[in-house]
Design a protein around this ligand. Structure first.
Ligand code: B12
Ligand code: SF4
Ligand code: SF4
Length: 315
């Protein structure tokens, strides 16, 4: 059975992805930028990024036998009622309201890999965030948007509240044309709004200053000078996406039910995690992004978020 790129894209949309494109597996054109970023130490303790660098620069070596990558976007935009509200004791990033996208999106990609195999693909390997894949660059190459000054992949009619998933396949599918226009123009909203001044310059983020890294990846104490600037965020941060005019204009709430908020944690309760046992935390959050930092670090984060409400910020 022959399967065309148009068939693949239609199936991806039928499954529920909001966009799909095809990327070639040619060598990265941003390898030097990645090397410079790693050498500058902007990746902090995320050592896996160093280990994966070679493969990221050479996508054809990631899944041996693959000839093209199918790239999809998954919308996780939160409805207004599930965004941070005034009176909240702490904030949680929109992507972490419900079930972990590593479970949800990968599950949906497996429907696509099965579909491909039934139509003659010998190889169809799905990756979501977890592999040695330069997700944003492949999405850009698949014609799904441009990389904004905030480093996000922004789709011109969807915005940037999206996860990127890829399927590496041995099917030889014609690649899309990469989007070459920088639609950021003279805008600098994201750079100006970042509370910790984490952008070294446009499109270069020092992750060690980013609240997302500090609250999710970093295991030690949060840097004393950045705690007052954490703006109430206890898990991740949405500011450089929230202020982007392309999201203001185009983002619409996700229809993926699993990303929806659960009754817990109570964001109005500053002691929400202090009064929780490890067993309770695990029962409620084991399949959510909050499991990555775990209970102890969520307590640390809420404490810092609370401190940021009360301490003066000297910038
Ligand atoms: C490490 C990581 C982080 C780190 C570092 C982020 C960063 N900007 O580098 C931290 C923990 C801070 C983080 C935070 C977040 N992350 Co994150 N993260 C990753 C991960 C695992 C690797 C990214 C990476 O390689 N960084 C190193 C830099 C150098 O590479 P890069 O981001 O791809 O950047 C490229 C461009 O900057 C480009 N570039 C450099 N110079 C120039 C110049 C020009 C002119 C151009 C056009 C491009 C360009 O080249 C780079 C190399 O390809 C990816 C998944 C993956 N496998 O790719 C998810 C990923 C990037 N994260 C994602 C998300 C959702 C987030 C958060 C929004 C979560 C949150 N709410 O807290 C924030 C956003 C913060 C931000 N502004 O980036 C999504 C982004 C989806 C999208 N639409 O873009 C990804 C793709 C996961 C996924 N599969 O969906 N993340
Ligand atoms: S996620 Fe928040 S802290 Fe990180 S770069 Fe964006 S605005 Fe800054
Ligand atoms: S806020 Fe402005 S500069 Fe930043 S990514 Fe969006 S359009 Fe580009």
């Amino acid at each position: 059975m022959t399967v065309t790129a148009a068939d693949v894209k239609a199936e991806a949309v039928r499954i529920g992805f909001v966009a799909c494109g095809i990327a070639s597996l040619d060598a990265s054109i941003r390898g030097d930028a990645l090397d410079r970023w790693l050498a500058a130490g902007y990746g902090g303790t995320m050592r896996y990024l160093h280990r994966q660098a070679k493969k990221r620069k050479h996508p054809a070596t990631i899944t041996p036998g693959a000839r093209s990558a199918i790239v999809v976007l998954e919308n996780y935009t939160a409805p207004a009622a599930e965004r941070p509200q005034s009176g909240d004791a702490f904030k949680i990033a929109a992507y972490a309201r419900g079930m972990d996208y590593h479970i949800v999106t990968l599950g949906r990609l497996h429907i696509l890999t099965q579909w491909l195999k039934q139509r003659g693909a010998g190889l169809a390997h799905a990756w979501v965030d977890d592999g040695p894949v330069a997700d944003r660059e492949l999405a850009e190459r698949a014609g799904l948007g441009w990389i904004g000054k905030n480093t996000m992949l922004i789709h011109p009619r969807i915005g940037s509240y999206t996860f990127i998933g890829t399927v590496f396949t041995d099917l030889e599918l014609p690649a899309n044309t990469s989007m070459t226009t920088d639609l950021c123009g003279t805008c600098t909203r994201c750079l100006d709004a970042c509370p910790t001044d984490a952008f070294v310059t446009e499109r270069v983020l020092d992750a060690t200053r980013c609240l997302s890294y500090l609250t999710i990846e970093s295991k030690g104490e949060l840097p004393v000078e950045l705690v007052p600037r954490s703006d109430g965020w206890a898990f991740g941060c949405d500011i450089c996406n929230d202020v982007c005019p392309w999201n203001e204009k185009f983002s619409t709430p996700t229809s993926v039910a699993e990303f929806g908020a659960r009754p817990a944690p109570d964001r109005r309760d500053p002691a929400a995690f202090d009064n929780m046992s490890e067993a309770d935390f695990s029962r409620r959050f084991a399949d959510t992004p909050l499991a990555r930092p775990g209970l102890e670090r969520m307590r640390r984060n809420v404490q810092a978020a609370r401190a940021s409400h009360t301490k003066p910020v000297n910038r």
